[in-house]
Write a protein of this length. Structure first.
Length: 116
């Protein structure tokens, strides 16, 4: 069983920055894809960013140019650097990991609130 531990959420003013982390309790060689999703109140969960095992990155249209997804050298911790935050970025951010053999895991979520 893979455990995902998220951290870094909080309250920030519009235009501010936050950095989220997700640590996976699995060897990096088993990790295929790591992603961040978010869910705002009353809305469906949406994809924020993806990073593959060969470090290819994909972003949702609403965060392109403002958010950056990355992994540490060991490869089993993922980060989401969020800059120029907007009130519409508010929501619960979830870490998602797909490992090989194919199984998927979700983190518990971390709240991000952008408000003045």
């Amino acid at each position: 069983q893979v455990q995902l531990v998220e951290s870094g959420g909080g309250l920030v003013q519009p235009g501010g920055s936050l950095r989220l982390s997700c640590a996976a309790s699995v060897r990096s060689t088993s990790i295929d894809v790591m992603s961040w999703y978010r869910q705002a109140p009353g809305k469906q969960r949406e994809l924020v960013a993806v990073i593959t095992r060969d470090s290819r990155q994909t972003y949702g249209d609403s965060v392109k140019g403002r958010f950056t997804i990355s992994r540490d050298v060991a490869g089993n911790t993922m980060y989401l650097q969020m800059n120029s935050l907007k009130p519409e970025d508010t929501g619960v951010y979830y870490c998602y990991v797909q490992v090989i053999p194919i199984r998927t895991y979700w983190g518990q979520g971390t709240q991000v609130t952008v408000s003045s």
